[in-house]
Design a protein around this ligand. Sequence first.
Ligand code: T1G
Length: 679
Amino acid sequence: MNSAISTERQGNVLIIVSDNPPVNALGQAVREGLQKGIEEAASDDSIEAIVIRCEGRTFFAGADITEFGKAPKGPSLPEVCDAIEASDKPVVAAIHGTALGGGCEVALACHYRVAVPSAKIGLPEVKLGLIPGAAGTQRLPRLVGAEAALPIVVIGDPISAKKAEHIGLLDKLVGENSLAEDAVEFVKRKIGQPVPRTSHGTANEDGVKDPQIFDNFRAKNGRKLRGFDAPNAAIEAVKAAGEMSFEDGVKKERELFTKLMTGTQSAAMRHYFFAERAANKIDDVPADTPLIPIKTVGIIGAGTMGGGIAMNFLSAGIKTVILEMKQEALDRGLGVIRKNYENTAKRGRMTTEQVEDAMGLLSGTLDYADLADCDLVIEAVYENMDVKKEVFAKLDSVVKQGAILASNTSYLNIDEIATATKRPEYVLGLHFFSPANIMKLLEIVRGDKTRDDVLATSMKLAKRIGKIAAVSGVCPGFIGNRMLSPRQQQANLLIMEGANYWDVDDVLLDFGFPMGPFQMGDLAGIDIGWHRDPSKVTTVREALCSVGRFGQKAGKGFYDYDEARNRTPSDEVKKIISDFAEKEGHKQRDISKEEIKERLLYPMVNEGAKILDEKMAQRASDIDVVWINGYGWPLYTGGPMFWADTVGLDNIVAGLEKHKLPVSDYLRKKAEAGEKFTR
Ligand code: T1G
């Protein structure tokens, strides 16, 4: 055996044990050890059954992603799986934690599978831009049927042990604390019986002859899968399991897998996998920095943001006090929170007990004194420096020493806000994105005096409330909004110069964003902040508002909308824009979608380069994490900085110069040196 894999005997049962922290990834040593363990069992007549299990927190959590792209060494995972299945002695997988990807495939190659109730099992390869590559797409449908296999392989979300048992993926749920013993007992009872092999037969033996299930699945999940290559390949692979022999199906899977593995989307999504985890690390803050215990959180402001922020903590089981200035505003805010939870329960995504548990942790007040014992207070008041400084001065005088005081500001200077307190080292920004209870991104804005334990506590807390966080320095717009600004500027300039506003939206939609700026404006409402004076027209938006084009809610904004809210470009708007442009002295011309794309996206890359140069972000991959989770940058391109690398920084510089747009020294230097941001 080797350090990762050991074997032990319990009577006539051989137990093969993997101990390969942190997640028992199926690296070379593990694969070799598994293969040797199966050989040991085969060559020893006193062994009549085999258990495969893992030490630590989980059963095999997949192939070792760090080996991808490197020359394969040792037996491949398909070879190991085939060796397990070929055993004439019964093999049972003893599952705990998360049996994912290759881990699930090892379990499928075993003759039986038992798991503890808390286990999860799945094939998340599509989330890495891949499909299972060790016959998972062929064994799973044969075991549970094509229809039950489709969501597991194509969407990639793990399922609970209970669900897995229900569909036949697991043979038995065993004791939460007696997995090893129960697995041995289970497999002993299988000795002498013919071993069931999941590679036998086809997926349609259970009568699922309806090819429609694949097209129906595609149609039902179209929106979620738009632009991704892997899900479609996954559907093709599952289909093959119903139409081909196991050998031919594996060949088909291998062909689809290899094409994806060598494609840009998978490289981008594997980049993102590590980027998301790297973002947790604050380079100059020691990993063992002691954390400040967060038992009670205070929120200032019960509006949309304050209420949404509060829900994150309530859902994580953290006591939360919301302060408002007036009873009516407080009551409304608390009511909205309850309503949101009740709607979630109606959709079956929460039980009514969970709603009451969350609401039971919530209290409201009009009195700052009630925040005195909070460990963290987050203000989500009006975006005005004077108002914020007043709030922080009040908090500083009321809240206990050692508590963290955070601002949810989306661009104001955290260092200036901190001057309103006598504890600047306990002040930072926690920038949530609206709707704050849904959007995953949290920008942690580090003041120049923010203490290490305040930062480390905030990062840990982000994970606890289910957010994906990245640290930003103090600059206007931090990371996300700072890069959004040049894109907005170009979008507005492009339509002044003659670009069709629907082309601007379509370029971003086709690139993979959920929608473009003008559609977004219609959705949010063009009249937000409008002065309500139709005679005063100084911007395109005011021109639209002056003719009642307030957006989707009015049935018309930049676009005209039908009852189903489908959008149609409007000639009236096109004329309003061109008249306005003429008045402003802009010459109008036809502008291609290629020029629109370069002028919208390249300046964002340039801004990202400046952010790195000024050390406002720790690393380029943090910028990718921000844009993928906060603004819908398509995951399958890896984020703005990874995408720029795939375009080539020299091409980005050339494009910016072609459109007479600024090129930062940092970007130019990297381009000239042939360097990349992210690899
Ligand atoms: N390979 C290598 N390292 C991995 C890894 C993996 N599969 N999974 C996690 N890690 C590292 C991770 O980088 C981090 O490292 C540490 O483990 C803890 O992870 C042939 C081709 C298992 C649910 O996609 O979903 O199998 O930062 O912070 O939040 O068909 O990790 O500490 O140095 O995420 O508790 C399929 C990916 C692979 C599962 C645990 N498997 N992993 O979550 O901890 S492709 C996956 C996860 C495949 C086969 C195909 C999660 C987790 P560090 P963590 P966590």
